[in-house]
Ligand binder design. Structure first.
Ligand SMILES: C[S@@+](CC[C@H](N)C(=O)[O-])C[C@H]1O[C@@H](n2cnc3c(N)ncnc32)[C@H](O)[C@@H]1O
Length: 264
């Protein structure tokens, strides 16, 4: 593992030392375009969040460091960043190429089972390796969109456990309204599009999501509907405290269109 690499210079300085992940890994997480991994202006990656949100970041399902790389270029950087992913190769790449250039940035293999990507994994229900109420920003970008229902429940609860009192969880979801599918039974809340690998893309009932969030002691503080109907919703979560109301989910009235299918 490389340890002798100089820290990244401030933004605005060309930074040939901060490599991009290889295309085989970029393809696995979605966008192969290098721009999706780059933050040349050094702007906050999530501009609407207060600076305090970046004190302690947990990036669940960090993949090959798309968000980490952009946060490393951010000015100022998060004080602490922990990236978790069940794909051991991508974590190794991030450890070797990103951690040495960014003090405070760590990556850990999350040993959740997946038939193709972590076949020796410990199973489901793996906890986040961080203390209660210790994280100011949980990021789970394009991750709940790939979890089976029981795993999604587990990680909503884990998010609630680790979030600091004023912490924010930034999550994305595919959502549908189960009321339009009366053949679905009470215990059936998710749609799966791929019979070989159900985690390819998972679409959850919006009422079910709201119930899970509230049951975990969280509220929905911000909802950004998709730009193309049926695509990812951004759903921000915070601890339920007096005076912090849960936001409603608007109908998905975005224009119909086609977005690249999620890759498995
Ligand atoms: C579509 S990629 C998104 C990666 C990254 N969040 C981004 O936006 O570039 C989903 C990532 O979540 C990871 N993942 C899915 N389920 C996971 C689990 N249960 N534990 C840890 N990582 C998981 C996958 O290995 C993959 O890297």
């Amino acid at each position: 593992m490389a340890t002798d690499v100089a820290p990244v210079p401030g933004h605005g300085t060309p930074d040939a030392a901060l490599p991009f992940p290889p295309e085989e890994y970029r393809r696995l997480v979605g966008p192969t375009d290098l721009d999706a991994f780059d933050n040349p202006t050094g702007a906050p990656v999530f501009a609407h969040l207060p600076p305090a949100a970046y004190a302690s970041v947990l990036d669940f399902g960090c993949g090959c460091g798309r968000i980490a790389r952009r946060m490393i270029q951010q000015e100022p950087r998060p004080a602490r960043y922990l990236g978790l992913d069940r794909h051991a190769g991508m974590i190794e790449w991030c450890r070797e190429h990103l951690s040495p250039r960014a003090p405070g940035f760590e990556f850990q293999h999350h040993d959740a089972f997946h038939e193709r990507y972590n076949a020796a994994g410990a199973g489901s229900g793996v906890p986040f390796p961080v203390a209660e109420r210790s994280v100011t920003l949980v990021v789970a970008w394009s991750v709940f969109t790939h979890l089976l229902e029981a795993d999604a429940v587990h990680y909503v609860r884990e998010t609630a456990r680790v979030l600091a009192d004023d912490g924010v969880a930034l999550t994305t979801w595919f959502l549908f309204d189960k009321r339009g599918f009366p053949m679905m039974q009470a215990f059936q809340n998710a749609l799966y599009i791929n019979t070989v690998d159900p985690t390819n893309a998972v679409i959850f009932d919006v009422d079910w999501l709201r119930e899970q969030v509230h049951a975990a002691g969280l509220v929905v503080t911000r909802v950004v509907p998709p730009a193309v109907r049926g695509f990812q919703w951004i759903v921000e979560l915070q601890r339920a405290v007096p005076g912090r109301a849960s936001q409603a989910f608007p109908d998905d009235v975005a224009p119909l269109g086609i977005v690249r299918a999620p890759l498995d």
